[in-house]
Design a protein. Structure first.
Length: 115
């Protein structure tokens, strides 16, 4: 257990991402492009000053070299002034392989491999 925190409920480990990883997203009629801070097979954290209630549905389109990756996610938590924690609820079947390739590339770039 991490000091001062409750045990993580995360089922998959997160991978830190370089500063050049971005996602175009849409939520409640708003569109934006945000930096991805970390990513896992189950979700991601994006940097944005925007805040949305938990369970707000979001459409994601990754802007990465692996090709097109589109997904739907829900807001799990908001860190005011910092960003949104999003959980994937669906990834298009044809985008599973590019998402796995992206995660593998990021793991290889990350000094610690995972967070």
């Amino acid at each position: 257990m991490r000091p001062g925190n409750s045990p993580s409920r995360r089922l998959t480990s997160r991978v830190g991402v370089p500063e050049d990883t971005w996602v175009f997203w849409q939520c409640k009629g708003r569109e934006d492009i945000s930096r991805v801070r970390d990513l896992s097979p189950g979700g991601l954290f994006i940097e944005t000053p925007s805040q949305f209630p938990a369970n707000s549905e979001t459409k994601l389109h990754f802007l990465v070299q692996e090709g097109e990756i589109s997904a739907q996610a829900v807001v799990r938590h908001t860190r005011p002034g910092t960003g949104l924690g999003l959980k994937f609820i669906s990834v298009r079947e044809e985008h599973h392989r590019p998402l796995a390739a992206l995660l593998n590339r990021l793991r290889n770039l990350s000094p610690s491999g995972e967070k």
